[in-house]
Ligand binder design. Structure first.
Ligand code: FES
Ligand code: FES
Length: 171
């Protein structure tokens, strides 16, 4: 298993490291910019974004794919960055909440007061933005199903749903 992982990492263009636990230089494209980070092959995308690149909008919470607080876009599709190795994101376009500043989805969350403590908010905005790009004609049931990948512990789901729906209605 470890051997396989090492071999896989060695084959990734954009990663200059050789051993699974060694740190290497990683080249990523984030929010339209070329970024470099010193990371291990075992580091998750969430860890590299937050700890190496200073992009702290994606939040660590469950770290096992359940809550969606860490959601980012990979080539426009939402992914849980706690479940993905950073080396797997090489050669892909990564978008974080920092890259969605001023978008209709961000503005809708403010307008609809779709947050309380705010810990889940960046993940919901990223996921909602993806829906507006991928399925702009989504109906209410589809919106509800799409948003099931994210949890809000403050349970403000009605406002979150309204915010997402308002963007789709405007588009
Ligand atoms: S921290 Fe990634 S899904 Fe919860
Ligand atoms: S606003 Fe607090 S967890 Fe969602």
């Amino acid at each position: 298993m470890l051997d396989t992982a090492v071999r896989d990492v060695e084959g990734v263009a954009g990663y200059q490291g050789t051993r699974f636990l060694d740190k290497g230089l990683l080249h990523l494209r984030v929010n339209g910019e070329e970024r470099s980070a010193v990371a291990r092959p075992a580091d998750t995308l969430l860890e590299v974004l937050r700890d190496q690149l200073g992009l702290t909008g994606a939040k660590p919470s469950c770290r096992n794919g359940d809550c969606g607080a860490c959601t980012v876009l990979l080539d426009g599709w939402p992914v849980k960055s706690c479940l993905m190795l950073a080396v797997e994101a090489v050669d892909h376009e990564i978008t974080t909440i920092e890259g969605l500043h001023g978008t209709p989805m961000q503005q809708a969350f403010v307008r609809e007061f779709a947050f309380q403590c705010g810990y889940c908010t960046s993940g919901f905005i990223v996921n909602g933005h993806a829906l507006s790009q991928i399925h702009p004609d989504a109906d209410e049931a589809t919106i509800r199903e799409w948003l099931q990948s994210n949890l809000c512990r403050c349970t403000g789901y009605a406002e979150i749903g309204r915010a997402v729906q308002s963007v789709l209605e405007e588009s």
